[in-house]
Structures are given as structure tokens and as C-alpha cells.
Design a protein around this ligand. Structure first.
Ligand code: BT5
Length: 259
């Protein structure tokens, strides 16, 4: 990872630039970094607030030889790589909220999101052609650096650790973590990733959640993560004993108060 790293002071989105590099035939592991993004994005076109000079905005080109249905595992692999790298580099207890959020638990049951993963894959004639993995991490933000609507739920490594964190070190830790878990995935398969992911994830079991997918939203209780990386959720009101849980392969999960 990071065999070649391209740095830009400002980009619309590092994922877009990495896509261009993939199109130009750059090798796997080529990376793009930006000091700020003017149109940083999350999943489903949601915006990613990318303040200049405070965060890390990184995208990497991957070319895994897998069928399209295994691309969601890339998100889990990258979240795991990012979380392990950040834990090592900062000492902060970074956790993963399924599927792609990097979070820290703060005092008083508040949880703050300090990073996220955006995976964009493209199909070729024979499986996946390339995948761009984008990682955004809030590094040295203070609460007032976030727009008002994010202030109560966004955090940074600095807020969690109580002092300034070197962004260069964060970049190296992210590339190192990604490298390690991408290799582990290719050599050990989905199991290796899913097992380690479970150990760092929050709310995988016994948590009342709202599941939002493009077709609508519903509530239930989490019962685990299956071997393919899908979240298992038992829908509320599902009174049939032993009825199988729903397999949620993508979507948005929010905690809800238990009735
Ligand atoms: C994500 O999406 O969490 C994926 C974010 C990926 C960003 C990286 S930066 C490098 C690369 N280039 C890009 O253009 N993107 C990637 P999602 O799970 O959809 O979460 C988006 C939601 O997170 C927003 O709707 C906000 O509620 C919240 N959010 C936005 N900016 C945030 C920030 N800086 N910190 C914490 N939360 C934020």
C-alpha cells in the first residue's frame, strides 16, 4: 500500500482522483492524499466534512480478484485495517460500527464518529475490475471545527487523546493497517477478516437498532455478524420461535432505545 502516493493540497474528492489513477493503469496500492476536500463524500452521496489541514483524506486503488458480491468485504477489511492502524498509532480505543464507521465511545454513553470508509468498486468482464477505498479520519479537530449539525456526534483523535496527533503518522498507520489486513484477507479469506472485525466492532449482539435500507426502515435486535460479513438482525414483532434473523448486507444502522 502506498507504493506511490500522490499529494494534493485540495481536491474535490480523493476517491475521484484515485479512480482516474486506476483508469490510467496505476498499480494496486497507489494512493491519493489531500489536505482538504471540497466535495468529500460518504455513502449514498452523503457529504463528508473535510476541513483543511485537520484530517486525513486518503484513497487507495485495489484490484482484488473476487466476484462482485464479495466487494462489501472490502469495506469490512478496510475498516479493520484503519481501526487497527489508528489504535496502534494513537493509543485511542477506536472501534468499528458496522459496516464502515470508525467510532470512539465517550463519557455518558455518547459515541463519536471519527472516521469512515467509502468503498467504490467497478465491475469488469470477469468479476471486479478495481476498487477504490476511501478513508476519512478526523485527526486534530476541536468540537468547534465541525459544522453545527455534526458537533454532538463527530469526534477526532485529538479530542479522544487530549493532545495534538501527527497526521503523517496517521497516514502511515492507515496504509500499514490496510496492507496487513488486505494481505490477511487474500491469504486467509473472509474468515480471517470477519473474526478480527467482530473483536473490534460495537453493537453486533443484543442491541436494539433501526435498519435503514433504500426500500425503507425497520427495527430489531442485532444477533451477530455472519461469515460473509452481513449483520444479523432479528426484526421486532417476529414472534416465531427460532425464526431466522434477517441478513443485512448494506445499509445504515442506528441505535434505538429499547422499549
Ligand atoms: C462515510 O460515509 O462514513 C464514509 C466517509 C469516507 C470519507 C473519505 S475521505 C477520503 C475519501 N474521499 C471521499 O470523497 N470520501 C472518502 P457514511 O457512512 O455515509 O457517513 C456519512 C455521514 O457521516 C454524513 O451524513 C454525516 O452525518 C457524517 N459525517 C460527515 N462528515 C463527518 C466528519 N468529518 N466526521 C464525522 N461524521 C461526519
Amino acid at each position: 500500500m502506498g507504493c506511490r502516493v500522490e499529494y494534493h493540497e485540495s481536491l474535490a474528492s480523493t476517491n475521484d482522483r484515485a479512480r482516474e489513477l486506476a483508469d490510467a493503469g496505476e498499480p494496486e496500492g497507489a494512493a491519493v492524499l489531500a489536505g482538504e476536500q471540497t466535495h468529500g463524500r460518504g455513502r449514498e452521496g452523503r457529504p463528508w466534512h473535510s476541513a483543511p489541514g485537520l484530517g486525513v483524506y486518503l484513497s487507495v486503488v485495489l484490484r482484488p480478484s473476487v466476484p462482485g458480491e464479495r466487494v462489501p468485504l472490502v469495506t469490512l477489511m478496510a475498516a479493520l485495517g484503519a481501526a487497527t492502524g489508528l489504535r496502534q498509532a494513537s493509543g485511542v480505543d477506536v472501534r468499528i460500527k458496522w459496516p464502515n464507521d470508525l467510532v470512539v465511545e465517550a463519557a455518558g454513553d455518547t459515541r463519536r464518529k471519527l472516521g469512515g470508509i467509502l468503498t467504490e468498486g467497478r465491475a469488469g468482464n470477469d468479476g471486479v475490475r478495481d476498487v477504490v477505498v476511501g478513508i476519512g479520519v478526523n485527526v486534530n479537530h476541536a468540537p468547534e471545527d465541525f459544522p453545527e449539525d455534526l458537533r454532538g456526534r463527530a469526534g477526532s483523535l485529538r479530542m479522544a487523546r487530549g493532545r495534538h496527533v501527527d497526521r503523517g503518522g496517521v497516514v502511515l498507520a492507515l496504509l500499514g493497517g490496510l496492507d496487513r489486513w488486505y494481505r490477511a484477507w487474500r491469504e486467509g479469506g473472509d474468515d480471517a477478516v470477519v473474526t478480527a472485525y467482530r473483536a473490534l466492532a460495537v453493537d453486533l449482539e443484543g442491541r436494539a437498532v433501526r435498519v435503514s435500507v433504500p426500500s425503507g426502515s425497520w427495527t430489531g435486535v442485532t444477533v451477530g455478524l455472519d461469515s460473509g460479513g452481513a449483520l444479523l438482525v432479528r426484526p421486532d414483532g417476529d414472534g416465531v420461535p427460532g425464526a431466522p434473523a434477517a441478513r443485512v448486507r448494506f445499509g445504515e444502522i442506528e441505535r434505538v432505545e429499547e422499549a
